[in-house]
Write a protein that binds this ligand. Structure first.
Ligand SMILES: Cc1cc2nc3c(=O)[nH]c(=O)nc-3n(C[C@H](O)[C@H](O)[C@H](O)COP(=O)(O)OP(=O)(O)OC[C@H]3O[C@@H](n4cnc5c(N)ncnc54)[C@H](O)[C@@H]3O)c2cc1C
Length: 548
């Protein structure tokens, strides 16, 4: 902690000064911290516990070329096909090519991927194959790859004496020269951060800030994402003046358990692969009405069909039924799902599972180059929060963890080469302390929860899998009002993590709607009844937004 002169109030205040500040402790944030620790003092700011992240929940694995039957060219080609014409091919090539080095590093940090005996008697990675991949190339640790990775990365971080982990610290806003009104190149100066225990807002100072805050699944009523995924990084970067793109491309997983006590529990696609059928409340199969492949149609088609059935029948969910298979087959193939469903009194060997599609992954985000750099000097965005051009209009399964690792490494190397720490900035750019002004404690938490629910419900009803211009306009109008209300709370009440998440949620929801309104075609994950086809009359383009 260092002492700096204050500004406005001419009162001195404390700033916490680091060579690198990383916001987020998922795969992207933890691996960035490990790289950065080779070059200086690092702060990792994370709003809950260090293991609260999407990364920790990842099941399938990491896509990477590690087998001789596979090639970089094939992985690039599969990614481009999934991306429906919107990938940045150079970025795809770089990320895919650098994958094997990053995997080797993970192994060095202790990550234990499943292996199997090879023909030559040695061990090789036990690679699985997922939808859209032309080869087996997904490394995994059973069906809990994310947990294995984050636990090992965190253990490695804890061993570094120059990395400080700030748990329960919430990044409120990014401080830039532009926001402070300096007429100079826009550059990052640090962050205001809420210490959730002491409720103080601290000033963190650094010329190098990495946003690794993950995605925004909680914007939707149904999501596979854990509670931390509230779109904070996109909102933070947007308010700081960074460009945001392609937020209309939200990937929905077709089958998430529909139950109030287990809202974010995924039912793997493998269950349909093993013969499970999608049925309506009347017990009849409906997928044949949408696609000749029935329940085995690709993820986005199944998600769209379920959405249509739910809207058509007015029911809350549809059902996935595997109960016609022998009980021991079901239990041996799906032990975790069997157990999790039994916990909420659903015996999948005897009854169908209520399911809904759920928001799963944010393909767009803060626009960066392939070094994770935004156009604000010193500000990088890495992992799910960033938009490098890897995913285009649709993510190829298991490419996201790969992107986390490659881009965080590149971001650190880029900052070290191009952004040397300049101590003179501390004297030139004086950061005022956080001002709480007349704000009082909010004694009506119910208002925050009500708005939070309203946003998630309206996003689900108007902006989810199948869209129309009319529904999008309706959502935009409601969000404008909600934004005004939330802004009022923000100015009048002392900030809490609930209020900050609500503020970020409404901002991110508005950006999704704005991007969706601007895309006059259906492409990849964006499907609108007003323009049901891809527009091939002009070159495919990103939907890019800039606040100022
Ligand atoms: C159920 C599930 C299964 C998945 N399976 C796979 C898979 O098999 N393969 C694959 O490649 N991808 C998978 N994904 C996607 C993948 O897990 C994510 O894209 C990836 O983990 C994102 O990593 P990240 O580091 O960018 O963000 P996260 O892992 O989400 O980490 C974000 C971090 O930022 C913190 N944070 C957020 N806002 C703030 C703030 N304001 N202040 C401070 N801290 C903040 C959070 O607390 C968290 O620590 C899956 C996702 C889910 C939900």
């Amino acid at each position: 902690m260092r002492f700096f002169p204050g500004s406005d109030s001419l009162l001195p205040h404390f700033m916490i000064d680091y060579d690198f500040i990383i916001v987020g402790s998922g795969a992207a944030g933890l691996s960035a911290a490990l790289h950065a620790s080779d070059y200086g003092r690092v702060a990792v700011i994370t709003k809950r516990g260090a293991l609260d992240s999407n990364s920790n929940w990842a099941q399938g694995g990491i896509a990477c070329v590690t087998s001789e039957q596979d090639s970089i060219a094939q992985h690039v080609s599969d990614t481009l096909i999934a991306g429906a014409g919107l990938c940045d091919e150079a970025a795809v090539r770089t990320i895919v090519t650098e994958g094997p080095d990053r995997i080797a590093e993970l192994v060095k940090w202790g990550v234990d991927f499943d292996q199997r005996p090879a023909a030559n008697g040695h061990l090789e990675f036990d690679l699985t194959r997922e939808g859209g991949h032309s080869q087996r190339r997904v490394l995994h640790a059973a069906d809990a790859t994310g947990r294995e990775m984050t636990e090992k990365l965190l253990a490695a971080v804890r061993e570094k004496s120059n990395i400080t982990m700030y748990e329960n610290h919430f990044a409120v806003d990014i401080i830039t020269t532009g926001k402070l009104g300096f007429v100079s190149e826009d550059r990052v100066l640090g962050l205001y951060v809420l210490n959730e225990e002491s409720r103080e807002v601290l000033t963190f100072r650094s010329d190098r800030v990495v946003i690794a805050t993950g995605g925004c699944g909680r914007v939707y009523l149904y999501t596979t994402n854990p509670q931390v995924a509230t779109g904070d990084g996109v909102a933070l970067a947007w308010r700081a003046g960074a460009r945001v793109a392609n937020m209309e491309f939200i990937q929905f997983h077709p089958t998430c358990l529909y139950h109030p006590e287990k809202r974010s529990f995924l039912i793997t696609e493998a269950m349909r692969g093993e013969g499970a059928r999608l049925i309506g409340a009347d017990g009849k199969e409906f997928m044949q009405n949408y696609d000749p492949r029935g329940s085995l149609a690709p993820r986005d088609i199944v998600a769209r069909a379920i959405d249509h059935e739910i809207k058509r029948t007015g029911g809350p969910c549809v059902y996935l039924d595997i109960s016609h298979k022998p009980a021991d087959f079901i239990i041996s193939h799906f032990p975790n799902i069997h157990k999790a469903c039994l916990e909420v009194d659903i015996d999948i060997t005897k009854q169908p599972i209520p399911v809904v599609p759920a928001a799963h992954y944010q393909c767009g985000g803060v626009v960066t180059d392939v070094n994770g750099a935004t156009h604000i000097r010193g500000l990088c965005a890495v992992g799910e929060v960033g938009c490098t051009g890897l995913h285009g209009a649709n993510r190829l399964a298991s490419n996201s963890l790969l992107e986390c690792l490659v881009i965080s490494h590149r971001a650190v190397e880029h900052m070290v080469k191009k952004m040397p720490v300049n101590k003179a900035h501390e004297q030139v750019y004086i950061i005022p302390p956080w001002q709480s002004g007349e704000a009082v404690d909010n004694d009506e938490l119910v208002v925050i929860y009500h708005n939070w629910d309203e946003i998630r419900r309206l996003m689900w009803d108007y902006v989810s899998i199948v869209r129309t211009g009319k529904r999008l306009q309706r959502a935009a109008a409601r969000l404008r009002n909600l934004k005004r209300e939330v802004q009022e709370f923000y100015w009048n009440f002392r900030i809490t993590s609930e209020l900050l998440e609500l503020r970020n949620l409404v901002e991110t929801a508005s950006l999704i709607v704005e991007c969706a309104i601007r895309r006059h075609e259906s492409r990849g994950l964006h499907y609108t009844l007003d323009f049901p086809e891809k527009d091939d009359t002009r070159p495919a383009a990103d939907t890019s937004l800039r606040r100022y």
